[in-house]
Structure formats: C-alpha cells, structure tokens
Design a protein around this ligand. Structure first.
Ligand code: 5AD
Length: 346
C-alpha cells in the first residue's frame, strides 16, 4: 500500500489502483497517507491555511436533490433570501476581520439573475478590490458563467457529487442530469474560473467503485478546489434513514486527493466539522488547507440547513477568528490574510 501511495501524483493511477487504495484503508495506512499528504501540501503552500468567508445568500432552491435539506420539496424549510445590502455588509464585516475571499453560496434561486449578480459583484469588487469572490450557486448557462466572470467573480464551486452516472441518478431526481453537471464544470473552466468540484463521503449507494471514479475524475480534471465532507442525513429528506459518512474515511480521502493532485485547494468542510468536534483539525492534518467560517447573518444560521445540526463556525467577531488562528497554530499551521488563489492563478 505504501508503494502505491508513493506513486500517487507521480503517474496517473488506474481505476483498479485507486480502488485498491480506498479498500486498503486502515488506521496505519491512513497515518502514512496523511504524513505524505502533509509533505506534498507543505511543498506547494507551506504551512498556510487559507480562510474564506462564507455567505449563505439564499436557501431557496428549484432543485430537489434527495440528500439536501433545502431541496424544493421540503415544505418544513423556512425560506429566506438576503438583500444586496445584507450581503455587502457581510463582506464589509468579513474584510475588517481579515477575510480576502468571500464565498457567495446559495440554492438555485431564480431571483439571483445574471443582472442582479453582476451588479452585486461590481459593488463587492469596488468596495474590496483586493478580495476574491467565489460563487457557489449551482448550474447556470455558459452565457451566465461568462457574464459572472466578466463582472469580477474569480472562482466557482460546483460539486460534481459523484462521477458515476448511475449513482448520480440515485442521488437526484430525473430532472437533473449528469451530463449537464459536467457540462457546467467544463464551461466554468473554459470561462477562466478557478473551479471547485467535490463529493460527499458515504452518500447513499456510494461504493468503493464510485469513489474510485471520483478520485479518477479529480486526477484527470484537476479542479483548482475540491470540497469533500461526510454525508449527514437531514430528517426532512428521502435519505433521512441513511447513516452518516465516516470521518476517518473522509480524512483518508482528503490525503489521497492531496497526493493525487498536490496543488488543489482543499477545505476542511463544515460537514467534517459537524461530524466530529475536532473534524476541521483532523482534515487539515490529513492534507486540507482551507477553512470557511460563516459570515452569514442569524437567519441563515437557523435556516441554511443542508443537513441536521450543521455546525456554525461563526466569524462574527475578531475573537472568533483569533480562536480559529489559535486552533490552527496549535496543530502547526498558520492562518493567512491572503486571497489564497490556486498556485496557477496566483
Ligand atoms: N450531507 C452532507 N453534505 C451535503 N450537501 C448537501 N446535502 C448534504 C448532506 N445531507 C453538500 C452537497 C452540496 C454542498 C453545498 O453541500 O455536496 O454540493
């Protein structure tokens, strides 16, 4: 297993090899993978941990993904949408606290038209020309992505969710399409975005084969960012009775992804921090180098519930950001005030 771990990133691994790595999981192998991943990350980004200020702009969504708490079919979800003024004030507050990336995330809410988003992007960039803006607003047309890029957006997160066509069909209603998802990712790249893909660990019907396909996709497409976190059931979704994904496996996969693709920006996700109290630290030690504290107002804290008991790692005050700095320093990493671009875009 150690030999195969050493090959990761040196040459493309086959589906069978990736599957063998996943199935070869043991605490010992995971510790070896984490040590190699840490070395690989330090060679590219040193001990830096990049922080992103997350702003959950709307929980209104036209999609009905079976795993997600803000799916349109969830009548129990109290819907909200932030105003442009609220979003700008979140950025203002975040900037003061040292954030140089703002992530605008939301459901696929038709109210966020290209026109509205472009005006908003222009306003954010005018106020904070040295900050990066990441969008995480789902599937849109190529023309829309072009306009958003031209208006100043730097990065776009769109998890692929699963690289296996059949598995994709079991996580999403028929109205959503695997081909369309990957069309979006290709278009985003061609428009010049730093692109984020990603998937949940332990999602219903996931197998080591589908996970090997996810790793193969990461290895081939080489997204600039990759969000992975454990699946956590939400009580008002069709997947309410499925078990949560494993924190250990998530951390091991973070290490594998770091090894396969050393320059990737890899967050220790909110889901990982929710599934274990030291989840984010464990993610960072496994090879992650990004954390995304929440800058959203109170309304989002209660209602942006993709899964139950979602952790709210706030950054409402300098004290909370200082506490995060201290937690990262305690395990040997340095939180930096920096846009934190991917190496090829820096
Ligand atoms: N558990 C964990 N992650 C989830 N997401 C959505 N629902 C859940 C859940 N129940 C993830 C999806 C989506 C991202 C914004 O959150 O991967 O792309």
């Amino acid at each position: 297993m150690l030999e195969l771990l050493r090959q990761a990133g040196k040459r493309p691994l086959s589906h069978a090899e990736l599957k063998a790595l996943i199935e070869g999981y043991s605490p010992t192998v995971a510790a070896e993978a984490a040590a190699l991943a840490d070395e690989a990350r330090r060679a590219v980004y040193g001990d830096a941990v990049f922080i992103r200020g997350l702003i959950e702009i709307s929980n209104i969504c036209k999609n009905d993904c079976y795993y997600c708490g803000i799916r349109c079919g969830n009548a129990a979800c109290r819907r909200y949408r932030l105003t442009d003024e609220e979003i700008l004030s979140c950025c203002e507050q975040g900037y003061t606290l040292g954030f140089r990336t703002f992530v605008l995330q939301g459901g696929e809410d038709p109210a966020f038209s290209d026109e509205r988003l472009c005006l908003l992007l222009t306003a954010i960039k005018r106020a904070h020309p040295d900050a990066a803006v990441t969008l995480s607003l789902g599937e849109r047309s190529r023309e829309s992505y072009e306009k958003l890029k031209a208006a100043g957006a730097d990065r776009y997160l769109l998890r692929h969710e699963t690289a296996d066509r059949e598995h994709y069909g079991r996580l999403h209603p028929a109205a959503m399409s695997y081909d369309e998802r990957f069309r979006c990712l290709r278009d985003l790249r061609e428009c010049g975005f730093q692109v984020g893909a990603g998937f949940m660990v332990g999602s219903p019907y996931q197998t080591t084969d589908t996970l090997a396909e996810d790793l193969q996709f990461i290895q081939d497409f080489r997204p600039e960012m990759c969000g992975i976190g454990p699946f956590i059931p939400h009580r008002d979704t069709p997947f309410r009775d499925f078990p949560s994904g494993s924190v250990d496996l998530t951390c091991y996969l973070l290490s594998l992804i770091r090894l396969l693709h050393p320059t990737v920006l890899l967050p220790a996700t909110t889901a990982l921090g929710t599934a274990a109290t030291d989840g984010r630290e464990r993610g960072i030690r496994a090879g992650a180098n990004v954390v995304m504290p929440n800058l959203s107002p109170e309304v989002a804290k209660t209602n942006y519930q993709l899964y139950n008991n979602k952790l709210f790692t706030g950054a409402e005050s300098a004290a909370e950001v200082d506490a995060l700095r201290a937690r990262m320093a305690a395990i040997g990493y340095t939180v930096v005030t920096d846009r934190g671009d991917h190496k090829n875009f820096a």
